[in-house]
Design a protein around this ligand. Structure first.
Ligand SMILES: N[C@H](CCC[C@H](N)C(=O)O)C(=O)O
Length: 284
């Protein structure tokens, strides 16, 4: 599947006691036919009132706490299977809800942002995480600096720029910033250009996945950080390489992410090794 070009494998692990292992993720990502950004593993529910417990694995085998585009793909897949359009899920970051809308888009309540430095987390004490001391490039003329930091369950840094987001070598700066010691759990790194109070252009280097065509939690982080720094309204269109997402930071502090999800093809794979086969009936 994909969520706005963010390549997602949705794995149905219901009724099973095993998990998708990092080795399987690395093997699947090593095959051009199954290269992906995240695996969303749907497990039996652990908490009454939830439909499933969802584990998230990046293409480098690391586990993530949240994945907005991936959650939309999970809603899309389950709705296609059962016809039910509203879901409550549990992830390691907490409870979140998703809904397949009549217009074909999918909305996911990504929960509340965490802005306190220890919740992001950062390795140093910053009491104002709207603008932390982090820069890259020449010391007297940094290329990127003073990002806003927030957690959507996973850590994000939003660097504000006023040039075209494509004029920055994010493929070079991304890994340096992702692995910077200020982020003890690494971080997702985004470059954001605010073109209107309700419109952000965004590119993301994802923790554990690299450059992706869209990143749902980064879109949420950019909107929240845009409001915190008085650059944007509480709802905006986030234009990413794969297309547009709509993000709204509601008055109840929940962040709502709306966008598409698409099925590409189905198959089966071994959750321990990543050995896979494509299903006969092509569904794309
Ligand atoms: N790479 C992210 C997880 C996936 C985020 C992204 N694909 C999304 O749609 O939110 C992390 O390790 O925190």
């Amino acid at each position: 599947m994909n969520g706005l070009g963010n390549e997602i494998i949705v794995a149905d692990m219901r009724g099973r006691a095993d998990r998708v292992l990092p080795a399987a993720a690395i093997a699947l990502n090593g095959d051009i036919a199954t290269g992906f950004d995240q695996i969303m593993a749907i497990h039996d529910p652990r908490t009454p009132g939830t439909a499933a417990y969802v584990e998230i694995i990046n293409s480098d085998g690391s586990r993530a706490q949240a994945c907005g585009n991936g959650m939309r793909c999970v809603v899309h897949a389950l709705a296609a299977e059962s016809g039910t359009t509203s879901y409550v899920f549990e992830t390691i970051a907490g409870i979140l809800t998703g809904e397949a809308r009549a217009d074909g888009l999918i909305s996911v309540d990504m929960g509340k942002p965490r802005t306190y430095w220890q919740d992001i987390p950062l390795s140093e004490e910053f009491y104002d995480t709207r603008k932390i001391e982090l820069q890259i490039g020449p010391i007297d003329a940094p290329v990127l600096h003073s990002p806003s930091a927030v957690s959507m369950g996973n850590p994000h840094a939003t660097f504000w720029v006023d040039q075209d987001v494509w004029s920055y070598a994010l493929d070079r700066f991304g890994p340096l910033l992702e692995n910077h010691p200020i982020f003890p759990e690494r971080a997702n790194i985004s470059i954001a250009q605010v073109v209107a109070p309700d419109h952000i252009i965004l590119r993301t280097w994802e923790r554990g996945a690299g450059l992706t065509r869209a990143c749902g939690t980064a879109a949420c982080a950019a909107l929240v950080n845009g409001v915190r720094t008085k650059r944007t309204e509480r709802q905006a269109t986030i234009t990413m390489p794969g297309g547009d997402l709509i993000v709204a930071w509601r008055e109840d502090d929940h962040v709502l992410l709306t966008g598409p999800a698409e099925l590409e093809f189905a198959g089966r794979f071994d959750p321990a090794t990543g050995a896979w086969s494509r299903s006969e009936q092509d569904v794309a």
